[in-house]
Design a protein around this ligand. Structure first.
Ligand SMILES: Nc1ncnc2c1ncn2[C@@H]1O[C@H](COP(=O)(O)OP(=O)(O)OP(=O)(O)O)[C@@H](O)[C@H]1O
Length: 303
């Protein structure tokens, strides 16, 4: 679905990408994580076919973005890091215009306005929108034409904490309700915890590591959290307390969370399946490992 092999890109003296390779397949939400200047925007621009790499191979939805430029752009929604909008036109006029130039019916405008919660703002001039609502507009234009893949470059940058939460919540909803994969970049490691199932860590043009959160958790031996829905919290806690691979128990709404070593997941699942048969628990769900725990191990070289 998205593949970079040994991609290099230099801007004058600055080597922005130094042999970047990664691959994400199937349906995914990939967090592209790294500090400012790491190369995240360059990766996105290359995937869109806006910036040509000096070397290396790039495949997006099985296409070369520099050969099938128009097709790639029609199947990918892109939110640039610093979008520039004409300020004096109305929200819906901009979206109608973009829908026309992208060859998408204007009917799609109502759909995307609704998806991002901008229906009541469609007659407003863009200059009257807050930063959070401007980002919604950015997401709306990225969603025009029902793309298969969204590339979202720092969608929460420069937002206050409330607006940041709103955008993250919206991304979660979009991911749940639409059949769309996403690459979302951020320089804040834990920010995409609730939404990402894949992570790509980059620093100074070099991929530090990438993989599904499950694989990364195993590779770096990072603890995982399992949420368990129970009918009998007290009995469950007493059962779990005697099990050596349970390293922490936390009571939360409607159940408990346990911390386990990622290498023991299969054993834990077998054990919990038994507890379901015995009627002590209703269900359980694996919650992914913490991105910040993975990054800490990765950055310290300990795994
Ligand atoms: N057009 C350009 N001309 C010269 N240097 C550039 C250009 N675009 C990016 N760079 C440099 O390339 C490096 C990678 O930049 P890039 O924007 O891809 O990083 P980033 O991870 O997206 O960071 P940020 O979040 O700060 O945008 C940086 O050192 C940046 O200054």
């Amino acid at each position: 679905m998205l593949e970079f092999i040994e991609v290099y890109k230099r801007y004058g003296k600055i080597e922005a990408l130094k042999g970047v390779s990664f691959r994400v397949n199937g349906k995914f939400v990939a967090a592209l994580l790294g500090p400012n200047g790491a190369g995240k925007t360059t990766i996105m621009k290359i995937a869109m076919g806006f910036v040509k790499p000096d070397r290396g191979s790039v495949r997006v939805l099985s296409m070369d973005p520099f050969v099938e430029e128009d097709r790639v752009r029609s199947l990918i929604g892109y939110l640039p890091e610093k979008p520039i909008y004409p300020l004096k036109i109305r929200v819906k006029d901009l979206l109608n215009y973009l829908a026309r130039i992208r060859g998408v019916g204007e009917n799609d405008v109502n759909r995307v306005l609704k998806l991002v919660g901008l229906e009541d703002y469609s007659d407003r001039e863009i200059k009257s929108l807050s930063r959070g609502y401007l980002q919604r507009l950015g997401l709306a234009q990225a969603l025009l034409g029902d793309p298969q893949l969204l590339l979202l470059d720092e969608p929460t940058a420069n937002l206050d904490p409330m607006a940041r939460q709103e955008i993250l919540r919206l991304l979660n909803i979009l991911h749940r309700d639409l059949d769309v994969s996403m690459v979302i970049s951020s320089h804040i490691i834990p920010e995409l915890q609730e939404i990402a199932n894949y992570a790509i860590f980059i620093d100074r043009g070099v991929i530090l590591d990438h993989g599904s959160l499950e694989d990364l958790a195993k590779r770096y031996n990072v603890k995982s959290i399992m949420f368990i829905e129970t009918t009998n919290t007290r009995k469950l806690i007493s059962e779990l307390s005697s099990i050596e691979f349970v390293e922490g128990i936390n009571i939360v709404d409607n159940g408990i969370e346990i911390k386990i070593d990622s290498r023991n997941i299969k054993a834990v699942e077998r054990y919990l399946d038994e507890l379901i048969k015995e009627g002590i628990i209703r269900s359980y769900r694996y919650k992914t490992a913490q991105l910040s725990d993975i990054y800490e191990k990765l950055a310290s070289g300990k795994h």
